[in-house]
Design a protein around this ligand. Structure first.
Ligand code: NDP
Length: 259
């Protein structure tokens, strides 16, 4: 079988190493490649890739754009897909995010940075888990407003703000989720230690150490979580969809690669 992850950039992804290791350990005759697709060439290549590969993962920035190219969608209201198999678009990010927070109480309001595919998965997971109040801050306000329109209802309030309001909004929040790529290359958010005093959870979807995680730990934030647990649990779901899952072996493969 042939699998791949498409994105831009994609070189940071650990998925090729993790799945390749898993296939080797299980003696499964399969490959997993990383394909860096320029944004402009996505519309002309995506349908060919869907035919060429047995299964695909989709990462930054194509999770929303790929929705128009799948035959059916499992989590339709989420409008973002990160795993494709047999023509069906799945979202396993939200399951990964939910599972990684199983034993943690999420205090509200929750402030989410970002309004892309990963942010949508986070909002969907929070809504399903019973959270009622979410703030979204994004560089492009219109994109945050579209997420709010898609998820707002009588029981679930999504407010949107400019990223320039980061400090005052964080001061009124209990939990923060970074669903942007800010921090992947060491970039800093405009946050000071005093802004984090009332925060009980900092969840950064980036799986390497970032300045946000560092400052949160230094401030004594009770729960500081990076993206590895979410990556692990969403990968488990992908393997279940591809009918290749073996929990024990996958745990070992993941551990070997992420150390
Ligand atoms: P998208 O491309 O769909 O969205 C990216 C988001 O980040 C947008 O909100 C974008 O704002 C914002 N952003 C990007 N660069 C900047 C910047 N320089 N300044 C301000 N905002 C910026 O990507 P995804 O939603 O798919 O992924 C977001 C992050 O989450 C990535 O780092 C990805 O690696 C991580 N992720 C981790 C997972 C895990 O398992 N741990 C799973 C899924 C994602 P704008 O709309 O204005 O462009």
């Amino acid at each position: 079988m042939r699998f791949c992850i498409i994105g831009h950039p994609v070189s940071h992804s650990l998925s090729p190493m993790i799945y390749t290791r898993f296939f080797e350990m299980k003696r499964i005759d399969a490959t997993y490649e990383a394909l860096d697709i320029q944004t402009g060439e996505f519309p002309s290549v995506i349908d060919g890739l869907l035919k060429e590969y047995d299964g695909l993962n989709v990462t930054i920035p194509f999770k929303e754009a790929v929705v128009a190219h799948v035959d059916s969608m499992i989590e339709r209201s989420l409008r973002a897909v990160n795993c494709i198999f047999e023509g069906a678009g799945h979202n396993t990010d939200w399951i990964g995010f939910s599972h990684s927070l199983r034993n943690i109480e999420i205090e509200e309001p929750v402030t989410i940075l970002g309004a892309g595919g990963a942010s949508r998965a986070v909002v969907y997971a929070l809504k399903r888990s019973g959270v009622h109040r979410v703030n979204i801050l994004n560089r492009s306000p219109a994109r945050a407003e579209r997420v709010a329109e898609d998820f707002n209802d009588g029981n679930f309030e999504v407010k949107t703000f400019s990223i320039d309001s980061l400090r005052p909004i964080v001061r009124e929040s209990k939990s923060i989720v970074n669903a942007t790529s800010i921090g992947m290359k060491g970039e800093r958010l405009d946050l000071r230690r005093e802004d984090l005093q009332g925060i009980s959870l900092v969840y950064d979807l980036i799986y390497s150490e970032t300045p946000l995680q560092k400052v949160a730990r230094e401030c004594g934030v009770e729960n500081v979580i990076d993206g590895k647990a979410m990556l692990f649990f969403q990968a488990c779901e992908n393997l279940k969809i591809w009918r290749l899952f073996d929990e024990k072996v996958f745990e070992r493969a993941f551990e070997v690669v992420t150390g």
